[in-house]
Design a protein around this ligand. Structure first.
Ligand code: BDR
Ligand code: CA
Length: 313
């Protein structure tokens, strides 16, 4: 199997951090060409810094990290410190990163990488608001047919919303960007809350990370400990959903996930339902399918994969 070339577009975030670690621990399946940071969970100055902290934690100072857009296409930024803490990576004490941020803008890195590599060879993995991806598509529409696939975390159907009653955070923050991506014609695989709320941490699952006895294992355990308190209070669940690692796990073991190829459109005009992913799960319209919208995950196998791979770092 040749490793799939990917770019991770991200707003770390503890769960983004675990997703990046999973990618870096999986070189047989994943060739990480670069990381583009976007404003989301916390402002861009922190997300780009957090991406570098995570690369250094994995001993991968060579991964190029770029700063992308610092605000949604048409709206003010909404952040999620109430979930992720002030830094976005609250939990364990973290060192200042020393690896440099690359000078090129993240959007230009996306464009030049897609132009320079063969068509259909690069997969985009957005883990935050879709601002960078949409900005690249608007600035350079010629790259759109060159994208192999987009596998993203965002949206919800049966679980509806986590930031409003109707919307999931990543899509809510920049619905215009999401609309551009969902209409782009690029093959989309979507990991909505319907899936990620089944990938919950439990005490034995977090203990397994800690028992690895490594620095990355300890960090993942402490990040999830911190991140859990919000979802436990809100949903009364045993633990927290590890949303973003679902994207990377799908690249490694796609059989862990099941879903439907359906039409998914984004609400951009209503204030009440802004950012809702209107998913035609029951195929009640004749709208053309544009996304494989996942609905289920084998959570035990997902955590086994995660623990085994983090243990390699
Ligand atoms: C998404 O929003 C962020 O808080 C997480 O990192 C994840 O990408 C879940 O709604
Ligand atoms: Ca994220």
């Amino acid at each position: 199997m040749t490793a799939r070339q990917i770019i991770i577009d991200t707003d770390p975030g503890q769960d983004d951090a675990v997703a990046i670690l999973l990618a870096l621990a999986s070189p047989e399946e994943i060739d990480l060409l670069g990381i583009t940071a976007v404003a989301g969970n916390v402002p861009l100055a922190l997300t780009q810094k957090n991406a570098r902290i995570v690369c250094e934690l994995a001993g991968r100072r060579d991964v190029p990290v770029f700063a992308g857009c610092d605000a949604p296409l048409k709206r003010g930024l909404v952040t999620a410190e109430h979930v992720h803490g002030k830094t976005g990576l609250d939990g364990p004490a973290l060192p200042e990163p020393t690896m440099p941020l690359r000078g090129q803008h993240g959007v230009d890195f996306l464009i030049s990488t897609l132009r320079d590599r063969p068509a259909d060879s690069v997969t985009l993995c957005p883990l935050g608001p879709l601002t960078n991806i949409a900005a690249a598509f608007v600035k350079a529409p010629d790259i759109i047919p060159r994208v192999a696939e987009i596998v993203l975390m965002g949206g919800a159907y049966f679980e509806v919303g986590n930031i409003t009653p109707a919307a999931e955070f990543n899509i809510y923050v920049d619905p215009e960007a999401a609309d551009i991506v969902f209409r782009s014609g690029v093959p989309l695989t979507v990991m909505p809350l319907d899936v990620t709320h089944k990938a919950l941490t439990t005490k034995p699952r977090v203990d397994a990370f800690r028992a690895l006895g490594t620095e990355p294992g300890r960090m993942v355990a402490e990040w999830t400990d911190f991140f859990e308190r919000f979802d436990k209070e809100k949903y009364g669940s045993e633990g927290a959903p590890l949303h973003d690692p679902c994207v990377i796990a799908h690249l490694i073991q796609p059989w862990l996930f099941t879903g439907r190829h359906i039409n998914v459109e984004i609400e951009t005009t209503s204030e009440l339902t802004r950012g809702m992913t209107v998913a035609d799960w029951w195929r009640v319209t004749d709208r053309i399918p544009n996304a494989t919208f996942m609905g289920d995950v084998d959570a035990d196998a997902f955590f086994d994969l995660l623990t085994q791979r983090i243990g390699r770092l």
